[in-house]
Design a protein around this ligand. Structure first.
Ligand SMILES: NC(=O)c1ccc[n+]([C@@H]2O[C@H](COP(=O)([O-])OP(=O)(O)OC[C@H]3O[C@@H](n4cnc5c(N)ncnc54)[C@H](OP(=O)(O)O)[C@@H]3O)[C@@H](O)[C@H]2O)c1
Length: 335
């Protein structure tokens, strides 16, 4: 049993805690909080041992029982999943190294923080036995999930993607205006180079705009394939790809709103959609140009990747296929 700790119990951290609890080869030792928020109280209600990342006294004053400090947590675990806000994780790198624990960072950190960036399907073995690994961001995970199988099946000469980004996550009450469309002016955006931290040979450029929604990101993608393929051949490849799911506009799935409703109907925890969702009837191939739309549930798509990353770093499964099958079965994902 690999002992897992989580530093930072927010959007990603709470989902990793729940996912780890479902794995029979991992044990969740605890998670940290910096303040006695409602999330801290919910963690206690769910039986998650809490540790103070900073000042423990504020929790005592609020009547929340803590098991110790971050140092106490690190002393008990084999691996820590850093889920602190973007840029904060890098500040903990030396703390984790000093404690002699393996560490996973999130996409909010730069590639250099860990030196290895991860996606289970594309490069599981790169993280095998490693001490520091970064799991790429929600958008990068989404791009790799659908692009990697295309590189294997047809070859990819070039990718151009426009990212329509949610402004903030649903719990945020700050930072989400109601009347704006905000282009990222530094072009191409960082998302293309981020894909290359995993798929080093791919040629890709990206643009992005932020819009006033919280539910999902939507990507509009053009891929120049290396060899001709039909739409049906492309769909057949994705139908065999784990963690990629089709929806149809013809069935009434017109937008991210219906996808999130579907996720709630599926009965997933928190109504999450960890699969990348491709509109089947929005796929088109003209000459060697493939066009498609996909939706990304930013709060949850990285969760199965992080579970697989723990397995790779801790050498729990030799290869991606067996680890992903185990993760998919426990999280109820498309295998
Ligand atoms: N949300 C997404 O869309 C998404 C998707 C993929 C990847 N990511 C990446 O995942 C990472 C976490 O993002 P998130 O969305 O989960 O952020 P978040 O919801 O803001 O959660 C981060 C949590 O870290 C805690 N924290 C803050 N400062 C800390 C510190 N110094 N030490 C320990 N804990 C601290 C905060 O909890 P308290 O202060 O209340 O304890 C906060 O709830 C980022 O790198 C982000 O880029 C985010």
């Amino acid at each position: 049993m690999v002992k897992v700790g989580i530093n930072g119990y927010g959007t990603i951290g709470k989902r990793i805690a729940d996912a780890v609890k479902l794995q029979d080869d991992m044990e969740l030792i605890g998670a940290t909080k910096t303040r006695p928020s409602y999330e801290a109280r919910m963690a206690v209600e769910h039986g998650i041992p809490l540790y103070a990342a900073k000042d423990a006294e504020v929790f005592e004053a609020a009547g929340i029982k803590m098991e110790g400090t971050l140092d106490d947590l690190l002393a008990q675990v084999d691996i820590v999943v850093d889920c602190t806000p973007g840029g904060v994780g890098a500040q903990y790198r030396d703390v984790y190294k000093g404690a002699g624990v393996k560490a996973i960072f999130q996409g909010g950190e730069d590639h250099v923080t860990a030196g290895i960036s991860f996606n289970a399907m594309a490069n599981y073995r790169d993280a095998y036995g490693a001490d520091l690994v970064r799991v790429v961001s929600c958008n990068t995970t989404g791009l790799i999930r659908t692009l990697y199988p295309l590189t294997q099946a047809f070859g990819v000469d070039n990718v151009f993607a426009s990212l329509i980004r949610r402004s903030v996550d649903p719990p945020a009450s700050k930072g989400s205006g109601v009347n704006f469309i905000e282009p990222s002016l530094k072009l191409p955006t960082h998302h293309g180079p981020d894909v290359k931290t995993v798929l080093s040979d791919i040629s890709i450029q990206t643009m992005a705009v932020k819009v006033p929604t919280t539910l999902m990101h939507v990507h509009c993608i053009n891929v120049k394939l290396s060899r001709p393929a039909t739409k049906d051949e492309v769909l057949e490849v994705w139908s065999r790809t784990p963690r990629v799911r089709f929806v149809r506009g013809g069935d009434g799935v017109r937008s991210s709103a219906q996808i999130m409703d579907m996720a709630r109907d599926l009965g997933t925890r928190r109504g999450d959609m960890m699969d990348i969702v491709v509109w089947e009837d929005g796929v088109s191939v003209i000459d060697r140009n493939l066009y498609y739309y996909q939706a990304i549930h930013q709060e949850s798509d990285v969760v199965p990747e992080i579970v697989d990353c723990i397995r790779s770093m801790c050498k729990l499964q030799d290869g991606a296929a067996s680890s992903m099958a185990k993760t998919n079965a426990t999280l109820g994902l498309k295998g």
